[in-house]
Structures are given as C-alpha cells and as structure tokens.
Ligand binder design. Structure first.
Ligand SMILES: *Cc1c(COP(=O)(O)O)cnc(C)c1O
Length: 237
C-alpha cells in the first residue's frame, strides 16, 4: 500500500527525531539521512525534497533512471546507488549518480572510474569524481555481496588510486541481530576497519550503516550516513 505524502513527511520527521535523539544519547554527531526511495514514485521523492531532504538511495537502475529524469529540474538533489552492480551497468551508473555505496570488486571500480571520466569530459556542468563506498561483508554471508575484511586493505588502496573516483568510506548490510548490543558490536567492526585504513594513509570520512531496524545502534557506533527506506516510505511490495 502506498502512503500519501502527508504520512511520508510525518515519518521522515520522526526518523530525523530518532537520529537526533540517539546522537544526543550516545554523544555522537548525527549522521546524514539517506532516504531509500527504491520502488517508490518520484512524487514521494519530491514531497521530501520540499521538506529539505536532498539525498536519496536507489537499488534498481531502471526504476531509478525514470525518477532521476522526472526530477532533474530540482537542484542539489543527490542520487546514491546502493544496489548490486552488474558490470554492463557501470556506464549508466557513472553518468547518473553522485554516490555508489555498493562497490566490492576492482573490475567494477575501474569501469566506474573510466565511465565517470568520459562523463566529466562531455558534461558542461560541474561534475566531479564519483563518491564511492566499499561494501563490506561482515558476516561472511555467501549470498550477499561485499568484500571480506581480510581483502580490504589491498583493494581499498587500489580503488583509492583510480582517477575519477573519490573513495569516501565503507558500507555494510549486516544480518539481523537479536538486540541493540549485538547490533552495536557489529557496526563497531566497520568503524575499526575505517580507522585501520586511515592509519594506512587513506582519508575515509564516511560510514554508511544503519537502516530502519538498527539505526540507533548505527548512530551509537558513529555512522555518518543511515539509509532508511521502510520507516519513511512504508513497506515495499
Ligand atoms: C532497501 C535498503 C535499505 C533500506 O532498508 P529499510 O530496512 O527499508 O530501511 C538500506 N540499504 C540498502 C542497501 C537497501 O537495499
């Protein structure tokens, strides 16, 4: 069932309140809110845009491209690709998105960089490097994408060197945990990986972690970007 825009605006405010409350409680900087609008119509994105929301996350390319086209008149609207990346889609992603959170292979990163370079050259505007997060598979789940922590130091170094990408940080989609403390411990691992990479000389400023069900634990673990879908837009079909 689709919620109406009044309900979505009210949900959005509640999510912002939850973030602010958790940040105050755990004495952390409140993370940015990425509103995950996958499968939801452009009109809902526009309703939140009018509320000041500027960053939206999408998983499905075709669905996203239609919305991006419909909303291209809105300035400062930032699109984040957070879904699995097929290598024949890297050109389209590099052309239409500002961020990609789900990079987990060098081959994909190289293609994104190459295509972004071509897009920068032909664009008349002020396009810059594509912001990248590396997706980390913290739970060693075979069916999920993501880099094994052991492979991260070398891969991050290689991706950081690609010309038209800006390596910003790490992202995770952990499996459900039984309680807050376990959620928090899980997110703390991502924070440690970030610190290790920064000691190695990288400059990562982003931890993309926390979703509807675990955003408070992510805030407590110093998330800089929470990705919230269903608690704003309602359940997906
Ligand atoms: C769908 C999705 C989200 C949002 O999940 P909710 O539980 O609906 O908040 C966040 N991140 C990724 C990668 C997703 O695919």
């Amino acid at each position: 069932m689709l919620l109406n825009s009044e309900q979505i605006i009210s949900n959005h405010r509640q999510v912002l309140d939850r973030i602010a409350l958790a940040a105050a409680q755990y004495q952390c900087t409140p993370p940015q809110l990425l509103a995950v609008s996958k499968t939801k119509p452009a009109s809902m994105v526009e309703a939140l845009y009018k509320e000041g929301q500027r960053d939206f996350g999408e998983n499905y390319l075709q669905d996203a491209l239609e919305k991006i086209e419909q909303l291209k008149h809105l300035p400062e609207l930032h699109w984040h690709f957070i879904g699995q990346i097929q290598s024949n889609k890297t050109k389209t992603i590099a052309e239409h998105f500002d961020w990609v959170h789900s990079v987990d292979r060098l081959k994909i990163a190289r293609r994104l960089s190459e295509h972004r370079g071509q897009t920068i050259k032909t664009a008349s505007g002020s396009l810059s490097a594509l912001n990248i997060c590396l997706q980390i598979n913290l739970d060693g789940e075979d069916q999920k994408g993501g880099i094994a922590p052991a492979d991260l130091p070398e891969l991050a170094q290689q991706i950081a060197e690609l010309e038209h990408l800006q390596l910003r940080g790490l992202m995770c989609i952990p499996k459900a945990r039984a309680n807050f403390d376990e959620q928090r411990q899980c997110f703390a691992q991502l924070k440690i990986l970030q610190e290790q990479l920064n000691q190695q000389g990288l400059e990562l400023d982003t931890l993309s972690m926390g979703m509807s069900g675990d955003l408070e634990a992510a805030v407590a673990s110093e998330s800089t970007m929470v990705r919230v879908g269903s608690d704003i837009f309602g359940a997906r079909a």
